[in-house]
Design a protein around this ligand. Structure first.
Ligand code: AHG
Ligand code: MN
Ligand code: MN
Length: 356
């Protein structure tokens, strides 16, 4: 092969790194170009640092619980704390972010420097999702959302900056620390995924323009809670299990217990993930700001759907508190719509029974 042809071949097969991609696409963004790019790059950097710790978690004394309990009343793992710190440090270093709300912290974390006060963005995040899977070498993740602040720049961030509906997200994404490490994000112009190449330490574009199939073979739900589910969910599960040639049923259950991992599989293969209200927990378990809104933004950008199961679009919910939870139905559009129909019909039926 001639040298020139050789060179052309190389260029054709050249990988696009996350940072290159962010810069290439920054013109699509309506606001000042470099700011969001810097923020996203810093998130990519923190992801690499957390990934390094995740990979060696079995070797160093970072496994297990530290005995503390987070604001959700759940035990905090060492790696949760580590990830929380790394992302907070990276976002502070970007100089574009004036504060963070994290699942691990009771209150918002405000960056109180003169530079940070000028930052136009706030971030909400679940630094380590699926933490019960850390000790057993099963996939875990990080989820984040970026919003423009509402309060005036030059001052400290305020609570109102964090209580914005999901439709106001300017970017969102997740990192999945799985058999390989993948970073998936959107700025509202489609969804793109990057796989970390450990040999060069770069996230490389591997899943351009991701689209979720309209239907799929998987339903993901913690069936251990079955007896406490609403009637509509119980019936939908039975529907998933019944043979039907036309809709390719029965579906298979896949449930990892890490939302990021369950979601990523369903996004690629087609499927539905449900964390419904359960008896005693009318809003389910998942948090609107840290888990549901970012994942909902991604699925909508990929052509899918996210709702509370009763036709309320997740991204339209106006948050009233930081750690608010919400029932969550997400995935392939036609599967979510079918589940919603079961929910509506069951609710109607129960209402009618009460009125008799
Ligand atoms: P986190 O580790 O951030 O607390 O999140 C765990 C979440 C989510 O990742 C997963 O889908 C769900 O909790 C699993 O809950 P159950 O064990 O109740 O099924
Ligand atoms: Mn989580
Ligand atoms: Mn978490």
């Amino acid at each position: 092969m001639s040298t020139e042809k050789n060179y052309r071949e190389q260029v054709k097969h050249r990988v696009t790194t996350l940072n290159e991609f962010i810069i290439e696409r920054q013109n699509e963004f309506p606001y000042a170009k470099g700011e969001l790019s810097r923020l996203l790059s810093h998130i990519g950097l923190a992801a690499k640092i957390v990934n390094r710790e995740v990979n060696k978690a079995g070797l160093v004394d970072i496994l297990g619980e530290i005995g503390a309990v987070n604001v959700q009343g759940e035990s905090v793992k060492k790696l949760d704390v580590f990830a929380d710190e790394k992302f907070i440090n990276a976002l502070q270093a970007s100089s574009e972010c004036c504060g963070i709300a994290s699942e691990e912290n009771k209150d918002i974390v405000i960056f109180d420097t003169e530079v940070a006060k000028k930052g136009k963005y706030i971030v909400t995040m679940d630094p380590l999702d699926g933490s019960s899977n850390i000790d057993v070498n099963v996939s875990i993740g990080t989820v984040f959302s970026i919003y423009r602040r509402i309060s005036q720049t030059g001052h400290k961030a305020e609570l109102q900056d964090f209580l914005q509906e999901g439709t106001r997200q300017v970017a969102a994404g997740y990192i999945l620390y799985g058999s390989s490490t993948v970073l998936v994000y959107t700025t509202g112009r489609g969804v793109n995924g990057f796989t970390l190449d450990p040999s060069i330490g770069e996230f490389c574009l591997s899943h351009p323009n991701m689209k979720v199939p309209d239907s799929g073979q998987f339903y993901s739900i913690n069936e251990g809670n079955y007896v406490h589910f609403p009637l509509g969910v119980k019936r939908y599960i039975k529907y998933c299990q019944v043979y039907d040639k036309q809709t390719n049923r029965p579906y298979s259950t896949r449930y990892i217990g890490s939302l990021v991992a369950d979601f990523h599989r369903n996004m690629l293969k087609g499927g539905i993930f449900i964390y419904p209200a359960i008896e005693g927990y009318p809003n389910g378990k998942l948090r609107l700001l840290y888990e549901c809104n970012p994942i909902a933004f991604l699925i909508e950008q990929a052509g899918g759907k996210a709702s509370d199961g009763m036709d309320k679009r997740i991204m339209d919910i106006i948050p009233t508190s930081l750690h608010q939870r919400v029932p969550f139905f997400i995935g392939s559009r036609s599967m979510v719509e079918t589940a919603e129909t079961f929910m509506r019909e069951a609710e109607e039926e129960e209402k009618n029974k009460k009125s008799i």
